[in-house]
Design a protein around this ligand. Structure first.
Ligand code: FAD
Length: 388
């Protein structure tokens, strides 16, 4: 019994390699991302030079095995990287998040040996990926997607439109969900790998967004786009499994993004309230402000426990569905609350773009929407509790 107690480490106690990894990513973010964050937000564009550096740092293929040219690390390492980057800029956080927790993850789990050999080395070193499920008429009801795939020679012809696709402007590889047999409902959904430049495929309008503005979000158009059968990810008609299982893990990544954002807002606030003087002393000296700061810190710590626990459960091969849904709900609500309090404690300076918390407040909102809205997570949690 005492052995069991002794063997269970604290959730937030990181292994030595995890500490080194997290700190090196944060140093990178502080040095390379921070100076670009405001400009990228204003222009709504990710710096191509920065993406190249993310590849050089090994950030884009964290879980890709070394035999395929990746870092050969764990899902938990991806989470640490997303958190550290999002502490500085959540737009960069989501670029790395989609690449690792959705694209690489899906290929590792569902890719044939041929697909792995062809794409994993590229994803680890030079190719950005995008995950294309949502459409204008199918968001929360994702499996109502209308993009069709019709058998044509030794491939399928894809026709339809995807909406809201993260990384679409930077990506060269797209995981696209289409239905080969709408009469079979979700059992017709199939996942295809589509490369940029494939005939019949184009990236359409880019959205002008409230937050995470440097992260591209675009429409995709498919018109008789021929994809070879060898580019099917997983089995024909089992794309719904690819989608569900990847998104179950992906939402831990969004939890990490929201955690990093909250930590970033807290960091800025601590610094600012020690410097800002009113009534002849730093505003940090006022107990009213200290209590608000303490609440922010509690929120961040509680979020970190939920995010790390979900990621650790996933790496241990244990059930994590409910925990991942909980971590997404809490982390995104905390991000909104903590960033909002950061704006309050900056006063008027919190409301202008010269200071960083205004952007974090805008960036926080997306956490409650993408990779399953809060209501969808609440449904998952309730279903598990009720045993339905
Ligand atoms: C910036 C951004 C990036 C994105 N990136 C991607 C991406 O890379 N790939 C991708 O495939 N998609 C992406 N999405 C799409 C995203 O996942 C969807 O927007 C999201 O799933 C919600 O779908 P919807 O917008 O159609 O809202 P809807 O599904 O129409 O929901 C509207 C509201 O109704 C509620 N609602 C719906 N159904 C129910 C119900 N049964 N019970 C209770 N409440 C319900 C929802 O919770 C929500 O509050 C992105 C979206 C954005 C904004």
């Amino acid at each position: 019994m005492s052995q069991t107690i002794g063997a269970a480490p604290a959730l937030t106690r990181l292994a030595e390699d995890e500490v080194i990894f997290r700190d090196s990513v944060y140093e990178f973010a502080d040095r390379e991302v921070r100076p670009l964050a405001r400009e990228m937000d204003e222009h709504g564009k990710m710096s191509p030079g920065l993406i190249a550096k993310l590849f050089e740092m090994g950030m884009m293929g964290v879980e890709v095995p070394e035999s395929y040219g990746g870092a050969g690390a764990t899902f938990f390492h991806s989470v640490l990287a997303i958190e550290a980057l999002s502490r500085v800029d959540p737009s960069v956080g989501v670029l790395v998040d989609v690449q690792n927790t959705l694209i690489v993850n899906a290929l590792l789990k569902w890719g044939s040996e041929d697909i792995k050999r062809r794409y994993l080395p590229r994803l680890a070193t030079s190719t950005v990926g995008a995950y294309c499920l949502s459409e204008a008429g199918s968001g929360s009801d994702a499996f109502a997607l209308a993009t069709r795939a019709v058998e044509s020679g030794d491939g399928y012809a894809l026709t339809g439109r995807k909406l809201w696709i993260t990384n679409a402007n930077e990506a060269d590889l797209f995981i696209v969900f289409a239905n080969i047999n709408p009469e079979a409902g979700y059992r017709g959904i199939t996942a295809f790998l589509v490369e940029r430049g494939t005939r019949g495929f184009s990236v359409g309008k880019k959205e002008d967004k409230l937050g995470i503005r440097a992260s591209s979000t675009c429409e995709l158009l498919f018109e008789d786009c021929i994809v070879a059968k060898s580019h099917i990810l997983g089995e024909v008609g089992k794309g719904y499994k690819v989608a569900i299982e990847t998104l179950n893990e992906g939402r831990i990544g969004i939890g990490a993004q929201m955690l990093g954002l909250s930590q970033g807002a807290l960091d800025h606030t601590v610094k600012y309230i020690k410097e800002r003087k009113q009534f002849g002393k730093p505003i940090a000296d006022f107990q009213g402000v200290q209590f608000q700061l303490a609440r922010m810190a509690i929120d961040v710590e509680a979020t970190r426990l939920l995010v790390y626990n979900s990621a650790r459960l996933r790496d241990a091969g244990l059930p994590f569905l409910t925990e991942a849904a909980m971590c997404k709900v809490v982390s995104s609500e905390v991000a909104e609350r903590v960033a909002s309090m950061a704006v309050n404690l900056y006063g008027g300076y919190g409301f202008v773009k010269d200071y960083p918390v205004e952007k974090l407040y805008r960036d926080a909102k997306i956490g409650q929407i993408y990779e399953g809205t809060t209501n969808m997570q609440l449904m998952t949690i309730a279903k598990q509790i009720l045993g339905n």
